[in-house]
Design a protein around this ligand. Structure first.
Ligand SMILES: Nc1ncnc2c1ncn2[C@@H]1O[C@H](COP(=O)(O)OP(=O)(O)O)[C@@H](O)[C@H]1O
Ligand SMILES: [Mg+2]
Length: 234
């Protein structure tokens, strides 16, 4: 399961890193050319170097996020963390890819819920849902993905909605099956949803598909707290 979700991740992360690398290459060449021509002022060099520095920092962040994913988190302890932190770190990993493809990614969240979970695993689920939404809309004319979060005292409902208009019934029935994919070989593993649902269930939650105001949506339902460990008396 670990390798499969890594495979899911690898393609999208490569995109995320390629873009800032291209910026660094471009800026470096630009400075060198203009220094050779003698047509650049120190302030302009300074400004271009700042861009390079910030872009390098972006790559560093992505790599840091990647390190999260590359180790097995099954045995991680449950932690109590602000949900916002998980959400931000996840969006950070795919933001650029959405922007490059002209897909609006709108995250609607201003609450301050805390949640008891294995943060890396929740991040993996969100990443899978966002990647699926990305794939679903990338060839459409109207392209957007929204993340909406509703909460009550006991649970969070994280909804990933895309500009698609729902999934045909025959496919809906198989969504959660391991290895079920409608994508080309090399594009999809068919493991994203089944692994994600397994992880959600290990958190006493679940993932469900639902048509939402005429659009495709997936809900990740998570309790805010895990069961306390009851000590059995003999
Ligand atoms: N947002 C979505 N819109 C349309 N179809 C989807 C969406 N999410 C998942 N699916 C369908 O569910 C299938 C299984 O998804 P998943 O388990 O993540 O595997 P994979 O993405 O590798 O195909 C996809 O191939 C696709 O047919
Ligand atoms: Mg998938």
């Amino acid at each position: 399961a670990k390798m499969a979700s890594l495979g899911e991740m690898a393609g999208s992360i490569a995109h995320e890193i390629n873009n800032p690398l291209a910026i660094i290459n471009f800026k470096t060449d630009m400075i060198r050319n203009r220094v050779a021509e003698g047509s650049i002022e120190p302030v302009q060099i300074e400004s271009a170097l700042m861009d390079i520095k910030n872009t390098a920092k972006r790559i560093a962040k992505i790599v840091k996020g990647l390190r999260h994913f590359s180790r097995n988190s099954d045995g991680d302890p449950m932690e109590i963390v602000p949900f916002n932190k998980i959400l931000e770190e996840t969006v950070q990993l795919c933001d650029q890819r959405f922007r490059n493809s002209g897909i609006g990614l709108h995250v609607n969240y201003s609450r301050d819920d805390v949640i008891e979970c294995r943060p890396i695993q929740i991040s993996q689920i969100l990443m899978n849902l966002l990647n699926n939404a990305f794939d679903a809309v990338s060839s459409m004319e109207e392209r957007w993905v929204k993340v909406d979060i509703a909460a009550d005292e006991h649970s969070l409902k994280i909804r990933v909605i895309d500009s698609g208009h729902g999934i045909p019934v025959g496919i809906v029935d198989k969504l959660m099956e391991p290895f079920f994919t409608t994508k080309d070989v090399g594009q999809g593993t068919g493991l994203g949803l089944s692994i994600s649902n397994g992880v959600a269930m290990a958190h006493r939650g679940r993932i469900a598909y639902e048509l939402y105001k005429g659009n495709t949506s997936f809900i990740l339902d998570l309790p805010k707290k895990q069961h306390p460990v009851h000590i059995q008396s003999a």
